[in-house]
Design a protein. Structure first.
Length: 305
């Protein structure tokens, strides 16, 4: 999902990284790219190279893909924690990475900034046509992790807020998010043109939720599967006019291996739900479990391991 996907506080990212490395020392390391696992008898001899963003939730999904493929006899090379799209898309396009968990709406907007698609189905259909040659998408999941605007529950009660449009007419609003949000079509200009909401902007980046809770900003751009929406008692404002594109979790894959891995990865997508993704994220941020352990248990619980 766009370069905005860096909103965990720095101390939380560090904590998750430390725990992930500690967990991996006893049960396999999802960060090293170890590809020593031999395929099972009758399985493929190909090595599938899987990447992930530098975002704990994305890495969990990539690890689920990796373990599911290994269970089906594939050899996997993990290239995780790469960064954002400008860092990993060239590797996807040249085939050096063959599978990547992505987010349909923001990926479509990356390739087609003029798109008018907003629904899950329309975004997915347009994304298939917008991808560069050599890339395709497998089945998208019902799980979403998309931009959303959030306020504190106290602020929502004070102003009787349920949707973004309810913010219109409130003076002194400050929107917080990653620096690039200021130029995004769903940022301040979109708020004004679509909902008549006027805001100032503060580039809060990794401290967005903290700034919201502290009252330094009134609106926070938070991803919809972020567990802090629940743990910090935030209210996600409804978006009836479709300011944000639907962003379902979707596997982007090299066409050269798409048919070979489709059954395995599509089964993962079918089992991954919006509520399930939030639970996976909670296991990382709250329970401090490694991506490898989270993926193993999820696959077993869904009869996919």
């Amino acid at each position: 999902m766009s370069t905005l996907r860096t909103r965990l506080p720095a101390f939380a990212i560090a904590a998750v990284a430390v725990v992930a490395l500690a967990g991996c020392s006893s049960g396999g390391d999802p960060l090293t790219g170890d590809s020593t696992n031999a395929p099972a008898d009758g399985g493929s001899s190909d090595t599938i190279v899987i990447g992930s963003q530098a975002y704990y939730s994305n890495e969990i999904i990539a690890e689920i893909y990796a373990q599911a493929l290994e269970a089906d006899g594939f050899t996997v090379d993990r290239q995780f924690n790469i960064g954002q799209r400008d860092a990993y898309l060239p590797s996807l396009e040249d085939g050096s990475i063959q599978l990547f968990p992505e987010y349909s709406g923001n990926l479509l907007q990356h390739f087609d900034s003029e798109t008018t698609a907003t629904t899950s189905e329309d975004v997915y259909a347009e994304l298939q046509n917008a991808l560069p040659d050599g890339l395709t998408v497998l089945d998208q999941s019902s799980a979403t992790d998309q931009d959303s605007y959030n306020v504190t529950s106290a602020f929502a009660q004070e102003h009787s807020l349920t949707s973004i449009g309810d913010l219109a007419g409130i003076d002194g609003l400050v929107l917080g998010g990653a620096p690039e949000l200021e130029e995004r079509p769903y940022g301040p200009s979109g708020l004004e043109s679509v909902y008549g909401v006027t805001v100032d902007f503060s580039p809060t980046a990794d401290t967005t939720v903290e700034e919201l809770v502290a009252g330094n900003i009134q609106i926070a751009n938070v991803y919809s599967a972020d567990p802090r929406i629940a743990t910090d008692d935030l209210v996600t404002l409804e978006d009836p006019e479709g300011l944000f594109l639907a962003s379902n979790v979707v596997p982007v894959v090299s066409e050269s291996v798409a048919d070979e891995i489709a059954d395995t990865i599509n089964a993962v997508s079918a089992a991954l739900t919006p509520e399930g993704l939030v639970d996976l994220n909670l296991e990382s941020t709250q329970d401090k479990r490694s991506s490898a352990d989270i993926a193993t248990d999820w696959l077993a619980a869904n009869d996919l391991g």
